[in-house]
Write a protein that binds this ligand. Structure first.
Ligand code: NAD
Length: 469
C-alpha cells in the first residue's frame, strides 16, 4: 500500500463503526470467540508460518504468541463488560447530585507493530480495541506481514463485519499516514525509540493520543541468596529466547560477588548446550535473526565492548547471518554501548557487584525502564528491591514473560515509552472516559449568583470545617 490508501481504510472503518459500537459486549465477544475457534483449529499452520517468516522456533511461536493471544481473547471477552461498565462515583460532598462514568469507544484505532512478535503484539491490541467497541487498522511490520494477512483472512472467514479489522500493509510511510490521518483516533505503537519519538512529534499536529511501547535493556539482579541453578536457567532463557529479539529480554545481569563464580559457570555451561538454527524437527532452541540490519548493531556493540575490556566467555565476534551463537560477556560496564543501548540479539552481559545496593544503582542508571527481574530466596527482600527499580514491570524469580499475562499491565518508563496495553489500564487507553453529573433541579446551588458577604462567610466556614477532617 501507499500512504493515500489509508484514506480508503479509514472511510471503511468509519462506515463499519456505528453498527460495531452498537453491539453489546456479548455480541462482540461472540464474534471474537468465533475467530478464536477458527484460529485455534489452525495452530500448526500458524506456528509454521510464523517460524518460516520470522525465524523463531515453532515452540516459541506457540507459547509466546499463539497461546497468549488465545488466552487474551478469553480474558478480554470475559472482562471487558465488567471493566467498561457504566459506574457510579460516590461524591464526597453534594450528595444530592449523582456522577456516573461511561466508557465510550474512540472510533478507529491505528495499531503499528514491530517484527519480533508479529502476532501477539498487534493481534492482542486489536482484540482489546475491538472488544471496547472500536474499529482497528493494523499496520504490521513490513518485515513480517504474512501472519497478520493470515489473521485478516481468518477474521473474514469468521464473519467479522467488513471494515472492523483492516490491515495497512507497507513501510514507515504507511505508518506515518495512519498517524497523520484525522480519521484515526488513537495510535498504539510498538517499536523502536527512534520511531516512537517521530510518532509523538507527528501526533502533536492532530493532538492524537498515543501509547508508545518502545525498547528495553532489562536488568536482572541476582542476590547473594538466589537459587543459583534457577537464576542461571532464567538468565539463559530470558536472554536467548526469540534469539534475544525481545523488548523485555534480559540484557544486563548484576550478580552478587558471593555467588558470582558458580552462577557464571552454570550460565556458560547451559549456553553451550543451546541448539541454534532453523526449526526443522522441533530440535532447535534459538532461531534466526529476523532482520539483517541487526548484524551491524551487534558488530558495533561487540567491538566497543571488547575494546573497553569485556571478555567473551562463550559465543563469537564474527557473525554468519541469519544465525548468532548465543554469547556471554563478562566484565561489561556502563561506559559500553552494549549496556547503554538495546542490543536486540542473543548477548548476555554479566557484571559482578559488591552488593544489592550497587546492583539497583546500576540497574537504574540506564535510559530504559521496561522490565527488570530480582532473584532471591528471600521474598521480603526481593519485594523491597522491586520497589527501588525504575521499571514498568518487575518479576521476582522469573523474567521476560509477563506480556503473556493479559490481565497485567504492560508498558515502560523513561525511554521505554508511555501508556499501557493489556489489563484494565489497557482498556482505559481504548475508550473515552466520560463523566456525566446529574441534578434533579430541586435546589439552586449556593455558589451561583448573586454573591454576598454572607455566602462568602458560609463557604469559608465550610473550608475550615473540611480542614478539620
Ligand atoms: P521500528 O520502530 O523500526 O518499526 C516499528 C513499526 O513502525 C513498523 O511497522 C514500521 O513500519 C513502523 N514505522 C516506521 N517508521 C514510521 C513512522 N515514521 N511513522 C509510523 N510508523 C513507522 O521497530 P522494529 O525494528 O520493527 O522493532 C524493534 C523495536 O521494537 C525494538 O526497539 C524493540 O524493543 C521494540 N519493541 C518493544 C516492545 C514493547 O512492548 N515495549 C515489544 C516489541 C518490540
Amino acid at each position: 500500500m501507499t500512504a493515500p490508501d489509508i484514506n480508503f481504510l479509514t472511510a471503511q472503518a468509519k462506515k463499519a463503526w456505528p453498527q460495531w459500537r452498537a453491539l453489546s459486549f456479548k455480541e462482540r465477544g461472540k464474534q471474537l470467540k468465533r475467530f478464536q475457534r477458527l484460529f485455534s483449529s489452525q495452530i500448526d499452520d500458524v506456528c509454521k508460518l510464523m517460524s518460516s517468516e520470522n525465524g523463531k522456533p515453532r515452540f516459541e511461536a506457540l507459547t509466546a504468541e499463539v497461546l497468549s493471544v488465545i488466552q487474551l481473547i478469553n480474558w478480554a471477552v470475559k472482562k471487558a463488560p465488567k471493566i467498561l461498565k457504566k459506574r457510579k462515583i460516590k461524591l464526597a460532598l453534594l450528595k444530592y447530585k449523582k456522577s456516573y462514568l461511561y466508557f465510550e469507544p474512540l472510533g478507529t484505532v491505528g495499531i503499528i507493530s514491530p517484527w519480533n512478535y508479529p502476532l501477539s503484539i498487534p493481534l492482542g491490541e486489536a482484540i482489546m480495541a475491538m472488544m471496547a467497541g472500536n474499529c482497528v487498522i493494523v499496520k504490521p511490520s513490513e518485515v513480517t506481514p504474512l501472519i497478520m494477512k493470515k489473521v485478516a483472512k481468518l477474521f473474514e472467514e469468521a464473519g467479522l463485519p467488513s471494515g472492523v479489522f483492516q490491515l495497512a500493509l507497507g513501510g514507515g510511510d504507511v505508518g506515518q499516514a495512519l498517524v497523520n490521518s484525522p480519521y484515526v483516533d488513537k495510535i498504539i505503537f510498538t517499536g523502536s525509540v527512534a520511531t516512537g519519538k517521530k510518532i509523538l512529534k507527528q501526533a502533536a499536529d492532530t493532538l492524537k493520543p498515543v501509547v508508545l511501547e518502545l525498547g528495553g535493556c532489562d536488568p536482572m539482579l541476582v542476590c547473594s541468596d538466589a537459587d543459583v541453578e534457577r537464576a542461571a536457567n532464567g538468565a539463559v532463557w530470558g536472554c536467548f529466547m526469540n534469539a534475544g529479539q525481545t523488548c523485555a529480554s534480559v540484557e544486563r545481569v548484576y550478580v552478587h560477588h558471593h555467588i558470582a563464580d558458580s552462577f557464571i559457570e552454570k550460565v556458560v555451561e547451559k549456553t553451550k548446550k543451546l541448539r541454534v538454527g532453523k526449526d526443522v524437527a522441533f530440535d532447535v532452541d534459538v532461531g534466526a535473526i529476523t532482520y539483517p540490519p541487526q548484524f551491524k548493531i551487534y558488530e558495533s556493540q561487540m567491538q566497543d565492548a571488547i575494546f573497553k575490556g569485556a571478555k567473551i566467555l562463550e559465543g563469537q565476534t564474527s557473525f554468519h547471518p541469519p544465525f548468532v551463537k548465543p554469547t556471554v560477556l563478562l566484565g561489561t560496564n556502563d561506559s559500553m554501548k552494549i549496556i547503554q543501548d538495546e542490543t536486540f540479539g542473543p548477548f548476555l552481559c554479566i557484571q559482578v557487584v559488591y552488593d544489592e545496593e550497587e546492583a539497583v544503582r546500576l540497574a537504574n542508571e540506564n535510559q530504559y525502564g521496561l522490565c527488570a527481574s530480582v532473584w532471591s530466596r528471600n521474598l521480603k527482600k526481593a519485594r523491597h528491591l522491586a520497589q527501588d527499580l525504575e521499571a514498568g514491570t518487575v518479576v521476582i524469580n522469573d523474567c521476560s514473560f509477563t506480556h503473556a499475562l493479559s490481565e497485567t499491565p504492560w508498558g515502560g518508563r523513561k525511554m521505554s515509552g508511555m501508556g499501557r496495553v493489556h489489563s484494565e489500564f489497557g482498556f482505559y487507553e481504548l475508550v473515552h472516559i466520560k463523566h456525566v453529573n446529574e441534578d434533579r433541579g430541586w435546589f439552586k446551588p449556593l455558589w451561583w449568583y448573586p454573591y454576598s458577604e454572607r455566602k462568602y462567610k458560609l463557604f469559608k466556614f465550610l473550608a475550615k470545617l473540611l480542614t478539620l477532617k
